[in-house]
Design a protein around this ligand. Structure first.
Ligand code: FES
Length: 136
């Protein structure tokens, strides 16, 4: 049912935990399943994501997608990270069962929420992302 990559990221999640003094934090949840994901980003003065960590209270697919999402955004600029969609996360994990697609959506939303938080803290306008939730 799950790809080897999903199982690997579920059993050995990368970047799990918190970042002290993060540049941006985003917390999102899914009302239906009740799962919650929190994403922490450390972004340098050039707008490059140096560190990404997550805390997820949710299903195995949510843990795996959080883990992969943090791997995908590390080293990217804010603009590049905005392009990391749930589809990209799913592809990197070699797919998810249809009933688990919403878990990957949570990962995309958590990244965007953290980027939004970073933009707000720094008075930066992110094009195509002018209101919370709009950029996801
Ligand atoms: Fe809801 Fe996975 S079942 S995030």
């Amino acid at each position: 049912m799950y790809s080897e990559k999903v199982m690997d990221h579920f059993q050995n999640p990368r970047n799990m935990g918190e970042i002290e003094d993060p540049s941006g934090v985003g917390t999102v949840g899914n009302a239906k399943c009740g799962d919650i994901m929190r994403m922490f980003l450390k972004i340098d003065e050039n707008g490059v994501i140096r560190e990404a960590k997550f805390k997820t209270f949710g299903c195995g697919a949510a843990v795996a997608t959080s883990s992969m999402a943090t791997e995908l955004v590390k080293g990217k600029t804010v603009q590049e990270a905005l392009q990391v969609t749930n589809r990209a996360v799913m592809e990197a994990l070699d797919g998810l069962p249809p009933e688990k697609v919403h878990c990957s959506l949570l990962a995309e939303e958590a990244i965007h929420a953290a980027l939004w938080d970073y933009a707000e803290r720094n008075g930066i306008a992110i094009p195509a992302c002018n209101e919370p939730g709009q950029c996801s």
